[in-house]
Ligand binder design. Structure first.
Ligand SMILES: Nc1ncnc2c1ncn2[C@@H]1O[C@H](COP(=O)(O)OP(=O)(O)OP(=O)(O)O)[C@@H](O)[C@H]1O
Ligand SMILES: [Mg+2]
Length: 249
């Protein structure tokens, strides 16, 4: 069985940082499970947080792979083999970058194929961690289905919490079938910890964790260092470890 975890929330709240630190935790503590990291944000920030560079994305090959094929060609098989070509294989995890979003044309056909392929690809892994773009479009497009955990990241802003609420409502309406939706409070300071926790609880969220504002993380980000290389004593690393344990990864 594959455990699929998607990370969502308002722009800039720390989705990519949380994804990178969850991946860091899994690769350092769990030698038995195979992990797939998916960057589903067309802005493609996860590779940098993981210290990786990426040349080709799924978006680059999505249409070209199936263009001009003879009518009887197995388009799904062709696209699937191309996906494996853009998959980055690291010793402890694989990384798949979805890349550019749908353009003005209709990508429905390619996306329908992609859904079936992603079902097959993700079956090869025990754990899949998906960093998503801000906003909710990716949830409604459902390229990756049957997700288990949704981690909605918010900072201490009203907008962050409102987005979290909207996401929760949309997830309910679309019947996306998550086992559990959690909110993760991020960049929390001693000054806003209590009020943020109170607001999140009043909105009925189950809180997976409270990640402090971590000056070391901010420094790594500023210097362009990979967040996966943060030391064990980083406060964000410690709290992400607790979140990972809560969701059993
Ligand atoms: N716990 C934290 N402590 C300090 N800084 C943080 C923390 N979490 C995230 N940041 C900083 O906040 C900024 C946004 O983080 P990040 O890129 O992870 O957010 P995001 O939600 O993925 O953004 P986007 O919506 O653009 O994808 C970055 O500069 C990052 O270094
Ligand atoms: Mg991001």
């Amino acid at each position: 069985m594959t455990t699929k975890i998607a990370i969502t929330g308002k722009g800039g709240t720390g989705k990519t940082a949380l994804a990178a630190l969850l991946i860091r935790h899994i690769v350092r503590t769990d030698m038995d499970h195979v992990l797939l990291a998916v960057d589903a944000d067309s802005d493609t920030n996860l590779p940098e947080a993981l210290g990786e560079t990426v040349e080709m994305t799924v978006g680059d090959i999505r249409e070209t792979a199936i263009e001009g094929l003879p009518p009887d060609a197995d388009k799904m098989q062709v696209l699937e083999s191309k996906i494996y070509e853009v998959l980055i294989e690291k010793p402890r995890y694989d990384l798949l970058v979805m890349g550019r979003p749908d353009g003005p044309g209709c990508y429905c056909y390619a996306n329908n194929l992609l859904r079936g392929i992603m079902d097959k690809v993700t079956e090869n892994y025990d754990i899949v961690v998906i960093d998503t773009a801000a906003g909710m479009e990716h949830l409604s497009r459902r390229i990756i289905r049957n997700l288990d955990y949704l981690l909605v990241v918010t900072d201490g802003s009203r907008k962050g919490l409102s987005t979290a609420e909207r996401i929760r409502d949309l997830v309910g309406e679309l019947d996306l079938g998550f086992k559990q939706i959690y909110v993760v409070l991020n960049k929390v300071t001693p000054a806003n910890r209590d009020s943020l926790t109170k607001h999140a609880s009043e909105l009925g969220f189950a809180i997976a964790g409270t990640i402090p504002f971590d000056t070391m993380l901010a420094e790594y980000d500023l210097e362009g260092l990979a967040l996966v290389d943060l030391p064990d004593e980083s406060e964000a690393v410690v709290e992400t470890g607790r979140i990972a344990e809560l969701i059993g990864v």
